[in-house]
Design a protein around this ligand. Structure first.
Ligand SMILES: Nc1ncnc2c1ncn2[C@@H]1O[C@H](COP(=O)(O)OP(=O)(O)OP(=O)(O)O)[C@@H](O)[C@H]1O
Length: 340
């Protein structure tokens, strides 16, 4: 649906050049929710603005639904852009226009008939849950309601793609949840492809199917959220994942010198149906290796349940190796962290 190939974006800054995006390739499938995560200055805004050519890349091509946007100009580009909606961190609403007028704005620009505009606005107001707010002005709305107006306006022209530029960064956690649920609902019901940028892993894990980690204008890691989240490879990804770890830090226990030797620390990961099975109990019972739990998380990635436990197995290298093998044979992912 979206294909960025060899994208490079240079900005002139004083006498120097800043390369905000560096030979970047990215493909987003139809109907996917794709997240891009990165620290401040990584190039996220530049990347998302490149998708609808609000920023024209210095080099490379952008294709949306098979059409090369980078080859278009003027009216043709404008036409294709109507297939791409966008929402913003600070909502970008017209302060002197009502909710209904803000939502109608893109339709008025396209000179749609008045009755058609009114019908569509009613439909959109219902979709985003703003019934009864139609005649209010943005200053009379909460942040979450403003973003709902932003979403309705972005959907007015029936786009195939919705770009979300830090859409929940100005909202409190509860409102963030409700806006993310709305985006998920829109993706499911309308089949719209969503690309979002964020600096919060919690946003990625609650609604995204796939994620790319951006660092210094390059994608340093990408893949299915479960893979990237549960087995982060790049240091930047590890940092983001650590943001969401609310369980106790296993290293606290590591500093205890009074520990007996012959212990092995392992990280066990189970995903989906495995989460509901007593696999760990059964395997450890059968192998007879005693263990303690140093750290544990049981949570969800989008709708998939998963668990991750750090265990300390007690026993000789041979015994614990047998236990690790048995766990792997039951389909669990086991990483041996250390042995002492
Ligand atoms: N118009 C511009 N002129 C010059 N440099 C720019 C311009 N826009 C962005 N940059 C530079 O490009 C790099 C990437 O910026 P960008 O805003 O895309 O990052 P970001 O990941 O979105 O950061 P943030 O989360 O802080 O918004 C930064 O070094 C930034 O200073």
């Amino acid at each position: 649906m979206i294909k960025l190939s060899g994208i490079r974006k240079d900005y002139q800054a004083g006498r120097g050049t800043i390369t905000a995006l560096d030979t970047l390739n990215l493909e987003v499938g139809r109907g996917e929710i794709f997240g891009v995560i990165g620290h401040s200055g990584a190039g996220k805004s530049t990347l998302i603005r490149t998708i609808n050519l609000l920023e024209r890349p210095t080099d490379g091509t952008v294709h949306i639904d098979g059409i090369e946007l980078t080859a278009l100009n003027g009216r043709r580009l404008q036409q294709e852009r109507s297939n791409i909606g966008m929402i913003f961190q600070h909502f970008n609403l017209l302060s002197s226009a009502t909710v209904a007028e803000n939502i109608a704005f893109p339709l008025s620009l396209s000179k749609a008939p008045r009755a058609e505009i009114e019908r569509r606005v009613r439909e959109l107001v219902g979709l985003v849950g703003l019934e009864g707010q139609e005649n209010k002005y943005p200053a009379q709305l909460s942040g979450g309601q403003k973003q709902r107006v932003g979403i309705a306006r972005a959907l007015a022209t029936n786009p195939k793609v919705l770009l979300c530029d830090e859409a929940t960064s100005a909202l409190d956690p509860q409102t963030t949840k409700s806006i993310l649920s709305l985006l998920l609902e829109i993706n499911r019901e309308l089949g719209i492809t969503i690309v979002l940028i964020t600096h919060e892993m919690a946003v990625i894990r609650s609604i995204c199917d796939r994620v790319a980690v951006l660092d210094g204008g390059r994608i340093v890691e990408s893949g299915a959220v479960a893979d990237v989240f549960l087995k982060p490879q790049h240091p930047t990804t590890r940092e983001f994942v650590a943001q969401t770890e609310d369980a106790a830090d296993a290293r606290l226990i590591d500093t205890d010198d009074s520990k007996p030797r012959d212990r092995t620390r392992i990280r066990v990961t189970f995903v989906g149906e495995q989460t509901y099975e007593p696999v760990l109990y059964e395997t450890m019972r059968d192998t007879g290796v005693p263990f303690i739990i140093l750290q544990g998380t049981v949570s969800r990635l989008k709708e998939t349940p998963y668990g991750q436990l750090v265990l300390e197995l007690k026993g000789s290298g041979e015994e614990t190796e047998r236990a690790v093998l048995a766990l792997r044979n039951r389909g669990l992912d086991v990483e041996v962290m250390d042995h002492a």
